[in-house]
Design a protein around this ligand. Structure first.
Ligand code: F3S
Length: 394
């Protein structure tokens, strides 16, 4: 792998211990995957932010780096944390958990990393352009940026995204290379897609079958940003899919050839079976929406549906801090709160400690959350469309 003289100097420790270690990590990755060189990246997004995921060793690692003067070279956002950084008391987050989560956020802030903790950075101030190389590590954000925006990122882990953030480069391999972005499976969708949850169900079915490959969809006539983020998130969770193309919809699809690819057909029956397979519970204790984090449009829709209603069960709507600010200004948050729900920033149902807060059954409209909640949070799950969920609790 070719390294510039300046990069060789980082590797020899000239820029300090932290830079040497981080750069060495990138070089090792590059060597494993056959990269020819390092390439500059426009932004990074670092996962492994929740105290629930990284524990005390993670806190101490980050504080050590921050104290040694590590500083982000490029705009870097964080994945969701374990709690709303501002309103954690209101959510009854245990104090010891909160104290450690705040240590994590302070360490990132000291490194110049934007402590906006969201899996939809592209809706909250970190929007890459078509063809831009980036180093992101949240699977749904990777899928969205590669597929819907046409930016280029591999599936980074938390440490390699942090290394890219501190060094400003990433090794050139995988999805950074045009030839590796071609589809290898044709997915013909022969099913009705009326609701965002249908896209989550579709993503779950396809992810299970595709596993690490790049699907090319036909038969999806239209889909908005929220539906594409639901599709990609679910497919990334069930099949580690980092890139997909949709005929006439996503930007690289027009350059891709689908003739001769093996074909998978998805029908209404497949989606119905997915809703029922992912629904492991019957009566939810709480409804949590916003996986991936809600857009302003999604919050507006929920708020309009809740106008003048009273909720019988708790409702959380998860989003980024930036979108919550806009929701506050528009009065959407207040309408949801008047009904008895909460708009929560910085966290989500999977990375917050809901299992320690007395919840045993959670209802969601997200294929990804429905897939993850049983194993990550010991929850029974109700997976359904938004209207069905709201009807059950109003
Ligand atoms: Fe985001 Fe949490 Fe879902 S990180 S994609 S809301 S599991």
């Amino acid at each position: 792998m070719y390294l510039t003289p300046a990069e060789e100097r980082i590797l020899s420790g000239e820029n300090g211990e932290v830079m040497e270690r981080m750069f060495r990590l990138l070089v090792s990755l590059g060597e494993i995957y056959g990269a020819d060189k390092m390439i500059p990246v426009g932004s990074a997004q670092v996962a492994g932010v929740s105290y629930k995921s990284i524990g005390i060793p993670g806190v101490e690692f980050l504080e050590d780096y921050a104290n040694k003067g590590a500083v982000a070279k490029i705009v870097t956002f964080l994945n969701p944390a374990g709690m709303d950084i501002e309103d954690w008391k209101e959510l009854n987050i245990p104090t010891s958990f909160a104290e450690n989560q705040l240590r994590i956020m302070n360490a990132f802030k000291k490194m110049g990393i934007v402590v906006s903790a969201t899996c939809t950075p592209y809706l909250a101030g970190n929007l890459p352009r078509f063809g831009e190389h980036i180093a992101w590590s949240e699977s749904s954000a990777i899928s969205f940026s590669n597929s819907v925006i046409g930016a280029r990122t591999n599936r980074e882990g938390g440490p390699s995204a942090l290394a890219a953030s501190l060094c400003g480069v990433t090794p050139n391999y995988g999805l950074h290379i045009e030839d590796n972005r071609k589809p290898n499976l044709l997915v013909e969708v022969n099913a009705r897609l009326d609701d965002n949850a249908d896209f989550g169900a579709l993503g779950y079915v396809v992810g299970k079958k595709v596993k690490n490959n790049i699907p090319y969809f036909t038969g999806i006539k239209d889909a908005d940003t929220d539906q594409l983020k639901a599709l990609g998130a679910s497919m990334a969770a069930s099949g580690a899919v980092a890139l997909y193309h949709i005929e006439n919809l996503t930007p690289e699809a027009r350059y891709m050839k689908s003739a001769g690819l093996e074909k998978l057909t998805v029908t209404d029956k497949d989606l119905e079976e997915t809703f029922s397979a992912l629904s492991t519970g019957k009566e939810p204790d709480i409804v949590i929406l916003g996986c991936p984090h809600s857009s302003l449009k999604e919050i507006m829709t929920i708020s309009r549906k809740l106008e003048g209603k009273k909720l019988k069960k708790p409702l959380w709507v998860c989003t980024s801090r930036m979108v919550k600010e806009a929701s506050n200004r528009m009065g959407f948050t207040q309408t949801i709160e008047a009904a008895g729900g909460k708009v929560i920033a910085d966290t989500c149902m999977v990375v917050s400690p809901i299992e320690d807060m007395g919840y045993k059954a959670t209802a969601v409209n997200s294929g990804k959350a429905a897939n993850y909640l049983p194993s990550f949070c010991k929850q029974n799950v109700v997976f359904a469309k938004l209207d069905t969920l709201l009807e059950r609790i109003t």
